[in-house]
Design a binder for this molecule. Structure first.
Ligand code: NAD
Length: 510
């Protein structure tokens, strides 16, 4: 049996229970009843057929989850860091045990190629292990000395938090948020994206098996405008971490304003990859292709704007065209597939609409430009051709708007100043990539490009203690290591006198 057929068979076994039952909410340590609930079809991007029904969370479901998180907060906050660490390590072990199931289910649910989803499950476990190790020291603060006082700070968990995640790499992104929240001592209400909700249920099951007490982890399914909205408004929720589109970020800031919620927003991007004439040609080419065509281009850190120097341009573009033409589009469970179907038919239409926009703006479509059809895919699936726009300029919509598909816009530059100007001429500022053989160029660019994250001579490499996040319309706040704890915890300053200072005396000896 081929690897693809084998994967399909295995995935079907794991999916059967989702097909047979409405996927409900996990609240206060129990799955809610499916009887009488409103539900919606969950479609696979492979052929747009339903792979089960998902409960559409109502205000009362969200309220029940938030109330459970509030009730469980004191107990979890008072659980020692060492005990939280033990539970979270068990959690990581259990994710690893179910890694194959997670990868296969996620691949069918969101259309991402299995070669990348296997990594996502492993990285999910790594997120838990990393923050588990940090749990015992999360409360640590600073000691700040004055002549007659000593100040010291301690951190305490902020309270129940809402975590709202997108559809592009749902499992990995959820663990990235939830693991530090739990390690910090917060309780959690998670709302996964309505378009790829399945692995969130697996996570909730793992939480139970790992021994997370009832109410500490709650998961509610449903739509952003209803379930998500209520979560951002509920008074028990003290902070909201969102990964999603920029306009969703501004919406939830407004929704959370009345209850003064702390917000962490990881939003969209239109990230430049700047390739200088003196770059290592082959490595730069590999990275440029990988950072836009992997994960179907549905990746916040994708390098969707190639800014290429004029001296290397012709040779680089020739090689790039060959590589883009060679990309293997196919069924996401095929281990050979490099580009799978896009999440939803409406998203496919959105991506395809940029083909006309590119033509109208006067760019060339050098590779791709339409729907992908082939014997190896179902015609009803959301497949698009990997696409390369050339002769573009930075004023065009294809250079300004986040397309979120396997679509790259190439723009030429001559001088370093021009490269900086092009990179910064964007409403976004999430990630940037610089390819050059010259350290001076690299360092000048690193200081001048406006971005939250910048990689020099590398594709996106994640280091868990390092800060992850964007500026401008790409977001507010940072994830990773201690940055995550700063978000999920309050810092308290305690000031202690040495007993020597003069206390002001009012009302005495007038
Ligand atoms: P989205 O903004 O449509 O949805 C994200 C989540 O927000 C979903 O769970 C959705 O139900 C919820 N939501 C929508 N409206 C809401 C509301 N009014 N109140 C509360 N919740 C609401 O994003 P998407 O289309 O699922 O994901 C793609 C986007 O995510 C892209 O813009 C991408 O760049 C971004 N993203 C950013 C990062 C990052 O780290 N910066 C990582 C991955 C994805």
């Amino acid at each position: 049996m081929s690897d693809l057929n084998n994967n399909i068979k295995l995935a079907e076994q794991y999916l059967q229970r989702f097909r047979d039952n409405i996927t409900t909410h996990y609240i206060n340590g129990a799955w809610t009843s499916a009887s009488g609930v409103d539900s919606f079809d969950n479609l696979t991007p492979i052929d747009n057929s339903p792979i089960g029904k998902i409960a559409a969370g109502r205000v009362e479901d969200i309220d029940a989850a938030c109330d459970a998180a509030e009730a469980a907060f004191t107990g979890w906050r008072n659980t020692s860091g060492a005990e939280r660490k033990k539970i979270l390590i068990r959690f990581a072990d259990l994710i690893e045990k179910r890694a194959e199931e997670i990868a296969l289910v996620e691949s069918v649910d969101c259309g991402q190629a299995i070669r990348f989803m296997r990594q996502a499950a492993v990285r999910g476990a790594a997120n838990f292990r990393f923050f588990a190790d940090k749990a015992p020291e999360a409360a640590n603060g600073l000691s700040l000395y004055q002549a007659e006082h000593t100040n010291f700070t301690v951190r305490t968990p902020i309270g129940p938090v809402g975590i709202i995640t997108p559809w592009n790499t749902p499992f990995m992104l959820s663990t990235w948020k939830i693991a530090p929240a739990l390690a910090a001592g917060c309780t959690v209400v998670h709302k996964p994206a309505e378009l790829s909700p399945l692995t969130a249920s697996i996570l909730a099951e793992v939480s139970e098996e790992a021994g997370i007490p009832p109410g500490v982890w709650n998961m509610v399914n449903g739509f952003g405008e209803t379930a998500g909205k209520r979560l951002t408004e509920h008074p028990a929720i003290k902070a909201v971490a969102l990964v999603g589109e920029s306009r969703t970020g501004s919406m939830i800031m407004k929704q959370g304003a009345d209850t003064l919620k702390r917000m962490h927003l990881e939003l969209g991007g239109k990230n430049p990859v700047i390739v200088f004439d003196d770059a290592d040609f082959e490595r730069a080419l590999d990275a440029v292709v990988f950072m836009i065509y992997s994960l179907n281009g549905q990746r916040c850190t994708s390098s969707s704007r190639l800014i290429i120097q004029s001296g290397i341009r012709e040779r680089f573009m020739q090689a790039l065209v060959e590589r883009v033409k060679n990309l293997r589009v196919g069924h996401p469970l095929d281990p050979d597939t490099e580009v799978g179907p896009l999440i939803h038919s409406s998203h496919k239409e959105k991506v395809l609409s940029y083909m006309d926009i590119a033509r109208e703006d006067g760019a060339d479509i050098t590779v791709g430009g339409g729907k992908y059809a082939g014997d190896n895919v179902d015609a009803a699936g959301n497949y698009v051709q990997p696409t390369l726009f050339t002769n573009a300029d930075n004023a065009m919509r294809i250079a300004r708007e986040e397309i979120f598909g396997p679509v790259l816009t190439a723009i030429t530059f001559t001088t370093e100043e021009e490269a900086i100007q092009l990179a910064n001429d964007s409403e976004y500022g999430l990630a940037a990539y610089i390819w050059t053989g010259d350290h001076g160029t690299a360092m000048r660019m690193a200081h001048k490009v406006e971005t939250g994250m910048l990689w020099i001579n590398s594709e996106n490499n994640r280091n868990l203690p390092s800060p992850f996040g964007g500026i401008k319309m790409s977001g507010i706040g940072r994830d990773g290591g201690d940055y995550s704890f700063d978000f999920y915890m309050e810092t308290k300053n305690i000031c202690m006198a040495h007993g020597t200072h003069k206390v002001p005396q009012l009302g005495k000896n007038h």
